[in-house]
Design a protein around this ligand. Sequence first.
Ligand SMILES: *[C@@H]1O[C@H](CO)[C@@H](O)[C@H](O)[C@H]1NC(C)=O
Ligand SMILES: *[C@@H]1O[C@H](CO)[C@@H](O)[C@H](O)[C@H]1NC(C)=O
Ligand SMILES: *[C@@H]1O[C@H](CO)[C@@H](O)[C@H](O)[C@H]1NC(C)=O
Ligand SMILES: *[C@@H]1O[C@H](CO)[C@@H](O)[C@H](O)[C@H]1NC(C)=O
Ligand SMILES: *[C@@H]1O[C@H](CO)[C@@H](O)[C@H](O)[C@H]1NC(C)=O
Length: 597
Amino acid sequence: MGRKKSEMAVPGFTLGAFILLLLVSSVANYPSGKVTKSCHGMIPEHGRTPQSDPPCYISVSQTTFRPGEQIKVTLSGPPFKGFLLEARDENLTGPPIGSFTLIDSQVSQLLTCEDIQGSAVSHTSPSNKREIKVYWNAPSSAPNHIKFLATVVEKYNIYWVMIPGPIISQPNVLPFTTPKATIAPMPTLPPVSQLTKSFNASDCGNKKFCIRSPLNCDPEKELACVFLSFTRDAKSVMVEMSGPSKGYLSFAFSHDQWMGDDDAYVCILEDQTVHIQPSHLTGRSHPVVDSRDPLEDMAWRLADGVMQCSFRRNITFPGVKNRFDLNASYYIFLADGAADHGRIHKHSQQPLITYDKYNVTGYPENIGGSHSLFLLKVHGALMFVAWMTTVSVGVLIARFFKPVWLKPLFGDAAWFQVHRMLMLTTSALTFIAFLLPFIYRGGWNWHAGYHPYLGCIVMILAVLQLLSAAFRPPLHDPRRQMFKWTHWSMGTAARIIAVATMFLGMDLPGLNLPGPWKTYTMIGFVAWHVGTEIVLEVHTYRLSRKDEILDDDRIQILQSFTAAEAEGYAFKKAVLAIYVCGNLTFLTMFLSAINHL
Ligand SMILES: *[C@@H]1O[C@H](CO)[C@@H](O)[C@H](O)[C@H]1NC(C)=O
Ligand SMILES: *[C@@H]1O[C@H](CO)[C@@H](O)[C@H](O)[C@H]1NC(C)=O
Ligand SMILES: *[C@@H]1O[C@H](CO)[C@@H](O)[C@H](O)[C@H]1NC(C)=O
Ligand SMILES: *[C@@H]1O[C@H](CO)[C@@H](O)[C@H](O)[C@H]1NC(C)=O
Ligand SMILES: *[C@@H]1O[C@H](CO)[C@@H](O)[C@H](O)[C@H]1NC(C)=O
């Protein structure tokens, strides 16, 4: 019975592993304060207008300094998440001056800005802080006056840029006179208007190039319609994007089917308005915000949980970085996800990716895409067939149907032929399925958590099972008992690990099966299988008891024995038939879910 307990324990263990993975990955996404890109302008790359009237201030331990001296600098205010502190010359235009020494390295870290080590200080995590203390070390060649400056981020979309701090001076120099126009010009945002009615699909394939999911849906009539259209005129393209989202909607042009090096546009919901933000992706990390200047005629609309945004951009941008020329063909990604305070989170499901590269300024087409990549779908489907159906039936037959199907079939006992056929099928399917993610990825996937590791263990066990079966000792060999035990325990281990691997794999973005449905269905399958094994186990036990009693009484021994046996076999066959029906039902549910991705 130990085997059953451990199989039942698998969902609990896997759920635990899930939660652990989720925690680890969400912590890893938090801003780390490594903001060296913002050193010069001291503007966070958040794409929002900075606030005025800073609530934070900087104070210093003394107002005069000599080269080599240490001055204590304090930044304080209401709770804030991030900051950047620098010392500059009186005109604020040059590079940061001097270096800092940390007092509390838990909350602050040194940055190397403009090649000067430790010339700026930033946060280490987005935790709330009220006060930061550091030392500033005056360099030997310092200008006469030094001004401290800080950028403070209260939330992702609320921040103050270059908050002026006190000015400190070398002794015996002329007093500091306020230079004119010190503060860097604030970025201003182009006007954005509100749409009065929904986008519609009436011109799709006629004037508009449309990408839709579900295929050919209408954003005007269906709330669940994810819609992206491009309408070109002589020099520019009008873009419309629509879909259900409470966080953000985005699309990107890509040279390949992987994320990275892409030209992306994000519409983010923030305080009941929608911000339209061009960005670019470098690798699989958070998109980097770009200037909004290339976009014109920006407009948006929010109704019934559907977010819509539109803008116009030129087909080509000579000399503008990160905006692709739209006279060429690209793969197009469509993604959505959650956002808080204007900071977007990783997409909740695998983005919709077009099957091919398309020229959105060319002939207006009507296309769809897939959330899952074909090879990964086949991988999932084959693994489900192998580890849900063929292996389970094969094991039941070896364990409970030996006496039932003893008659030879092509030279061997029938049960053995069926068992061998099912297990060979399992191994073959596993092997083919195992190769597919490697072909798709072109190597190991470091972003898939424990799934690929467990998958490798299952693959190795499957090969070992085949080898051990091939070198099975003859029936009366003393090593036969040893073989039976090894064969059983390796097989059981492989099945348990396979179930755990399937639990983890179902949640990976490459094959993102829907919501809690997949977990419950998988638990349902495990319960169905374990239940069947228990029923057959109890039945076998009772049958053997009956045999013993008959044996003791020695009454009509032969006749009763066969009658009881025949009845028992009929029961077993009925259980197997019902089990196979249930098993195929679960398999069909998973296969059709994969097919619909
Ligand atoms: C700041 O600007 C003034 C006027 O442009 C100039 O005279 C002065 O030398 C500058 N100071 C530094 C430290 O560059
Ligand atoms: C569809 O939208 C276009 C603008 O993109 C508009 O001119 C047209 O009237 C709309 N059609 C319908 C049927 O609402
Ligand atoms: C788009 O192109 C037109 C003319 O080709 C130009 O005048 C305009 O400034 C461009 N717009 C942007 C945002 O670059
Ligand atoms: C797209 O336009 C740019 C700028 O006009 C040009 O350099 C490039 O060759 C064009 N590409 C294609 C594929 O037509
Ligand atoms: C895309 O379409 C435009 C407009 O029809 C055309 O000028 C351009 O050459 C096309 N690009 C490709 C790569 O086919």
